[in-house]
Ligand binder design. Structure first.
Ligand code: TYM
Length: 334
């Protein structure tokens, strides 16, 4: 039976790429009736320095973003990773299955560690192994993510295959990344060759879920583009990454195909398209921002929801972890 798992790091505010590439897809999968488990990966967040108070706030804010976007804590399991000890425990076992060479090839490691890998935390290096544990602790079959996480999900498959092979079992499933829709890689509004990111030093490069209507409109107005009108077909956007990005964002927000968006705006300039995009974005995002504010006013209720989700997650994880310990030969006499 299919089971969906995905996670997001509680660092900074969610940006439009996280929303369109991940959260909106999470909601669609929940609403399609599949079993869905969505995590706030606080243990991943601390692979780089996090101020403890900021981490708590970001964790609650991400929970509020999930719920305000349409995740229903009754229909989906919603929790923060550190409350289910199995993630760290299975992560350790996978540290012993995965190879240093595999980790060394991860592009996110290379980007994040930068030139001075000697100074990166050991946790940052092992990050993909913990991510494999997140997914496989629930025997999840489908993992909705943006394009940038594809390599990590593929590594998860390699870890599952090696574990099954080493211990001569057919225990961990081979997981499918689900990377679909118009917004699997939303780009920076300032530079069409860089992805939109929570950690970009330029706030103008992204739309935050917490931005007010004026800020959203202004950021789209100032978004970098060329000065050509929109073409008749997508072909005409081939060498125009900034324009293509805005069309993709429009398509994902409006739940249209990019083809249909260019057909609608063919021949129109950005003087028309950008305000239309800004209006569309505000109409979709401002109800989420309002609901987030309402939820954030009651942090105790958020903590209660996360605790309830963690208990339900743990009930699935515990037997899988116990079986894993048996397979590996680790005695559990309780
Ligand atoms: P994170 O927190 O960086 O991002 C969360 C999700 O948002 C997607 N995303 C984007 N999608 C489209 N365009 C963008 N510009 C963009 N930026 C981010 C990411 O692909 C991701 O789906 N390693 C993960 C968290 C994680 C996880 C997991 C995911 C930990 N364990 C298990 C799935 C399953 C991460 O850092 O995502």
């Amino acid at each position: 039976t299919p089971r969906v798992f995905s996670g997001i790091q509680p660092t900074n505010h969610l940006q439009l790429g996280n929303y369109l590439g991940a959260v909106k897809r999470f909601v669609e999968m929940q609403n399609s009736g599949i079993e869905t488990i969505y995590c706030i990966v606080d243990l991943h967040a601390i692979t780089v320095w996090q101020d403890p108070v900021d981490l708590q706030n970001a964790t609650r804010e991400l929970a509020a973003s999930y719920i305000a976007s349409g995740l229903d804590p009754k229909r989906s399991i919603l929790f923060n990773q550190s409350q289910v000890p199995g993630h760290a425990e299975l992560g350790w076992i996978f540290n012993c299955v995965a190879r240093m060479g595999w980790m060394n090839r991860m592009t996110q490691w290379k980007d994040k560690a930068g030139k001075d890998a000697e100074k990166a935390s050991l946790g940052l290096f092992a990050y993909p192994s913990l991510m494999a544990a997140d997914i496989l602790l629930y025997h999840a079959t489908h993992v909705p993510v943006g394009e940038d996480q594809k390599q990590h999900v593929e590594l998860t498959r390699d870890i599952a295959i090696k574990f099954n092979h080493d211990f001569k079992v057919d225990f961990f499933p081979v997981t499918q990344p689900v990377i679909e829709g118009a917004a699997t890689r939303v780009m920076s509004l300032r530079d069409g060759s860089k992805k939109m990111s929570k950690s970009d030093p330029s706030d103008a490069s992204r739309i935050n879920l917490t931005d007010d209507a004026d800020t959203v409109a202004q950021k789209f107005r100032k978004a970098r583009t060329d000065s050509e009108p929109l073409p008749e077909t997508l072909e005409g956007l081939k060498d125009r990454p900034e324009a293509r990005n805005l069309v993709n964002i429009y398509a994902a927000l409006a739940e249209m195909t990019p083809e249909a968006v260019v057909a609608e705006y063919a021949g129109q300039g950005f003087g028309t398209f950008k305000p239309a995009l800004a209006d569309l974005a505000v109409s979709k995002l401002s109800p989420i921002a309002d609901e987030m504010k309402r939820l954030m006013a009651d942090p105790a209720e958020i903590d209660r929801i996360l605790g309830d989700g963690a208990a339900r997650a743990n009930a699935i994880a515990e037997p899988i972890l116990a079986q894993t310990y048996d397979i590996v030969g680790l005695i559990r006499s309780r």
